[in-house]
Design a protein around this ligand. Structure first.
Ligand SMILES: *Cc1c(COP(=O)(O)O)cnc(C)c1O
Length: 550
């Protein structure tokens, strides 16, 4: 595609994961946005990103060794590599002007990401804290952050003389950008309805959360008090997002088309929002990853060249074992535990949320204990809880207990970040994923694993139903079973898991190494293009951004 003919896009997201140490990200949403913009640069698409320069980023996870309790810590970052655009815009919050400075990121694989920052001298203490902590708060502070992203973002683009054809809201956090576009039209005399209809034409929206409670909402009075309404009345706000105001509902009504992030997620989202009148259609565009960030090029090349000969497979296995030893070394340097390179290694790293069932594998001790104690299985965990989620912290504490019960076979890596993600999805033998279907929207860590020849062992949720060829490029368990009754679902899934692990995964690893290597090759070959960022970007242009897409 020639860049001239393509629409110019402004992509809005609260977080971007570009580099492990650049902590303006928390998890999957940021990973997707970071990989997206790297793909944009690699392939020359006309797109800019808008985000926030988080002074303290997301909470850093600390574990108190003595009590086994989990804490969050925050540190100021200086980000000296950011380029000063010289542009400052203003957003009125609580009837006071807040200055928003605009930085440009021109490193870490992107060149057109603009970050907004209120931590500047012109602002008072309260305003300086708005861009302090990513997802640090729920209420007023969160709305203020989103006002900076959305309203500040549109004004920053105008000050930079960038005129997008399409505004892409990656999650509902960016919704106030739509309010600002409407506001500017209403200021020129358009009615609310006309401004809404016109703005809808230039907005597209991606939803990520198949859990109702995960979709942020606010009392309308909060918007009025902070000035997020931008002159709209309560009744008008209610027409957009309901009352309380749901950010996802608002975005579905303020966009010409929306998408979910996998095909199964499309089905789930359409069910979830079917009662919302006047919403845009939700299509499915499955997530993907930026290969150069996550995948060992040796694995791609060796799988490509593999002719099924013993020599070719040995070379692939050797490269994998090199990655596995690097992981083992990394684990030792972080925890003091030395894992065994000859023993099957399962990797699991996920945000600690109940639906992801981080401690699923410990469901039946009688089954798992002999495997862990006999040296046939070892597991490396990592994962953070949301800073305000005490249940999530309990999940982490429970896994920490397991590391004490099975020393040497179960380890936990503190403070999950891109570096840990990269080590684990390269050096594990198996990548375990056991969410309660259909709650995992897509998941991208399994794609990283698959392209590194790390075999997925996963519930049929998120992206996996689109990729899985059971016994060929990885394994599924659970057969797509769903139940509202969590204990029924958990029992069903564990029974299925046990069977696949005992009858297929372990025997293939220990007794049929040749078949295992064939699966590694199939895993890499079947995912590298289908879940690479170029396919995803092409789909967004063809199905969302182009006018003809509608
Ligand atoms: C890949 C990655 C994610 C997203 O993975 P999921 O499969 O969606 O859980 C989150 N955090 C980090 C650090 C990652 O590397």
């Amino acid at each position: 595609m020639s860049a001239k003919k393509l629409p110019r896009v402004a992509y809005f997201c609260m977080e971007y994961a570009l580099e492990s140490s650049f902590k303006i990200y928390s998890g999957g949403l940021g990973i997707l946005a970071g990989d997206y913009l790297k793909g944009v640069k690699d392939h020359g698409y006309p797109m800019v990103g808008i985000g926030i320069r988080w002074k303290q980023g997301y909470g850093e996870q600390l574990v108190d060794g003595a009590t086994g309790k989990v804490y969050d810590a925050y540190r100021n970052a200086s980000h000296e590599f950011l380029e000063d655009t010289g542009v400052t815009v203003e957003v009125e919050i609580k009837s006071r002007p807040v200055k928003v400075k605009v930085w440009r990121v021109n490193s870490y694989g992107v060149d057109s990401l603009y970050l907004l920052d209120t931590d500047i001298e012109e602002n008072d203490g309260e305003a300086r804290w708005i861009t302090g902590q990513l997802y640090g708060w729920f209420g007023e502070e969160r709305v203020a952050q989103e006002m900076v992203l959305g309203i500040g973002g549109v004004r920053a683009l105008q000050a930079l003389r960038i005129k997008p054809d399409v505004y892409h809201f990656n999650e509902g956090h960016a919704l106030f950008a739509g309010f600002e576009l409407m506001h500017q039209r209403m200021a020129k005399g358009a009615t609310f309805e006309a401004a809404w209809a016109r703005t809808r034409e230039e907005v597209v929206f991606t939803t990520h959360t198949p859990i109702v409670q995960g979709n942020e909402s606010h009392p309308i009075d909060r918007f009025m008090y902070l000035g997020a309404n931008l002159g709209m009345t309560k009744a008008q706000l209610k027409q957009l997002g309901g009352s309380p105001f749901n950010m996802t509902v608002g975005a579905l009504r303020l966009s010409r088309i929306s998408n979910a992030v996998a095909d199964l997620h499309r089905v789930t989202s359409n069910k979830m929002w079917k009662h919302i009148e006047g919403r845009s259609e939700i299509i499915g565009i499955t997530n993907a990853i930026h290969r150069p960030t996550w995948v060992d090029p040796r694995m791609l090349d060796l799988a490509e060249a593999c002719d099924g000969s013993k020599k070719a497979k040995d070379a692939l296995w050797k490269a994998h074992m090199d990655n596995k030893r690097k992981l083992i070394h990394f684990v030792e340097s972080r925890t003091g535990v030395k894992l065994d390179a000859e023993c099957l290694l399962i990797g699991f790293s996920r945000r600690a949320a109940p639906y992801k069932r981080s401690n699923f594998i410990f469901t039946d001790r009688k089954f798992i204990e002999p495997l862990l104690k006999s040296g046939r299985l070892q597991i490396v965990f990592s994962g953070k809880a949301h800073p305000l989620d005490d249940n999530g912290k309990r999940i982490v504490e429970n896994i920490l207990e397991m590391t004490k019960r099975y020393p040497g076979s179960v380890v936990f890596l503190e403070n999950y970040d891109m570096e840990i993600g990269r080590m684990l999805t390269r050096g594990s033998d198996v990548w375990l994923n056991n969410p309660r279907r259909p709650k995992e929207a897509s998941g991208t860590s399994g794609m990283k694993a698959a392209m590194n020849g790390v075999l997925n062992l996963s519930i049929l949720d998120g992206w996996w139903p689109e990729a899985c060829q059971h016994g060929v490029n990885g394994w599924q368990f659970g057969d797509g079973f769903e139940s509202e009754d969590e204990s029924v679902l958990d029992r069903h899934d564990f029974k299925a898991f046990k069977k696949v692990l005992a009858d297929e995964v372990l025997p293939t690893y220990y007794d049929r190494r040749d078949a295992w290597m064939d699966m590694m090759v199939a895993s890499i070959r079947s995912t590298r293009d289908a879940f690479g960022v170029q396919r995803m970007l092409d789909e967004y242009y063809d199905r969302m951004y182009k006018r003809s897409a509608r």
